[in-house]
Design a protein around this ligand. Structure first.
Ligand code: F6R
Ligand code: MG
Ligand code: MG
Length: 368
């Protein structure tokens, strides 16, 4: 029998602007998921938040894109939205684009990462959740985990990893996808995924076809056709015994790489790995955050320690990364409204440029 891990996330309202999802909303989600557990739709679940996003981590036996599982997440977000509206929370219901469910939550606003697999004798699974960034923010760390031998020494010295991995890449502008093999096509892969706003790693597989990683790639602003929120992504990664070790899966986040999505979805900034407790993007609405949660998946149950998973970035070994991210934040912030802190105008989610151009149109003269 196979197990499915589904992570579905949405920002449906937060406190103090876009800072933190209200605990009552998480309690409402908990009630809805608990009902789904009792009616055997779900086998287990864990609810967390990263900044203003609520992340529903669910396990079940129903496969990917299951209508009941997606409806459970949709109902949880819809019910929590009602409370968010009563409390006049900021951005109440922002990521739910429709008030009727049509069989699949994809395309309705929330981000979705799912994977179905046959459990190994022991199956460590890591879930990453971000805030104030976009799906392409995972390109660099996922590449490093599964293709960079300077990150993942197992690619060189562990015979079970030595064949490399296959990367499924989505072109989110043209709605096309391609599969590239690594290490054979590593340079082609990098040529694409360096363009983080367009080419996004969706899935990674072992060469034998076994699923290794799955990332949410929804781009809410492209779906809605106007800026209504960001696409703070989530990812699921399998670790150990034929996959990169847990330590190799967190190692790329020791580098606070530059991602887009900070402040009004229109600025670049360093990705800061934090504990669940510190996933509070406050300074200039950021800097962008990532949390990492480690589970053992056992008979479709999420085994953690005590009440929750291992909080992977709750480790003083990441203090230096957080300090470096803060320094980079200070440095890049000094650019104010200039690139490369501000995104190029075509990629900005807020812009006053058309209005400014209209106002100045008549005053522009030919140079010669
Ligand atoms: C939202 C976000 C924030 C907002 C900013 C302006 O996830 O990243 O940086 O874009 O606070 O928000 P509004 O336009 O709602 O005042
Ligand atoms: Mg928000
Ligand atoms: Mg968010």
């Amino acid at each position: 029998m196979k197990t499915t891990v589904s992570v579905i996330k949405a920002d449906i309202g937060s406190v103090s602007g876009h800072c933190i999802a209200h605990p009552e909303l998480m309690e409402i989600c908990d009630d809805v998921l608990n009902e789904a557990l009792e009616s055997s739709i779900l086998e287990d679940y864990y609810i967390t938040r990263c900044g203003d996003d609520i992340d529903l981590i669910m396990t079940h036996r129903r496969g990917e894109e299951d209508e009941e599982v997606h409806k459970t997440a949709y109902d949880a977000f819809l019910k929590a939205t009602e409370r968010a509206r009563e409390l006049k929370l900021y951005g109440a219901g922002q990521d739910l684009l429709s008030d009727t469910f049509s069989g699949n939550i994809k395309g309705m606003g929330p981000g979705v990462a799912e994977m179905e697999f046959k459990e190994r004798p022991s199956d460590p699974v890591i879930v990453y959740c971000c805030d104030k960034t976009e799906p392409g923010a995972f390109n660099l760390p996922i590449y490093k985990i599964f293709a960079d031998p300077f990150n993942t020494s197992g690619l060189v010295i562990d015979p079970s990893l030595h064949d490399g991995f296959k990367f499924e890449v989505f072109d989110v502008m043209e709605h096309k996808k391609v599969i590239l093999n690594c290490p054979e096509e590593m340079y082609d892969l990098l040529a694409l995924i360096g363009s983080t706003g367009r080419y996004v790693i969706k899935r990674v597989f072992k060469k034998n076809g076994e699923i290794a990683a799955s990332i949410s790639t929804e781009r809410l602003n492209l779906m809605a056709g106007e800026y209504i929120g960001k696409d703070d992504p989530v990812a699921i990664v399998r670790a150990q015994s034929g996959f990169p070790a847990g330590g190799e899966c967190v190692e790329p986040f020791a580098f606070p790489h530059m991602v887009s999505g900070w402040m009004r979805g229109s600025h670049n900034g360093p990705m800061m790995p934090t504990s669940e407790f510190e996933a509070n993007p406050i300074r200039f609405d950021g800097p962008p955050r990532v949390i990492g949660l480690g589970f053992q998946v056992s008979d479709a149950k999420l085994i953690g320690v005590g009440d929750g998973p291992v909080d992977l970035f709750d480790d003083p070994a990441f203090d230096a990364t957080r300090e470096e991210a803060s320094k980079i934040a200070t440095y890049i912030r000094r650019h104010g409204p200039f690139e490369p802190h501000r995104l190029p105008s075509e990629e900005m989610e807020y812009t006053s440029l058309p209005g400014v151009m209209e106002k100045l149109e008549k005053r522009f003269e030919d140079m010669e």
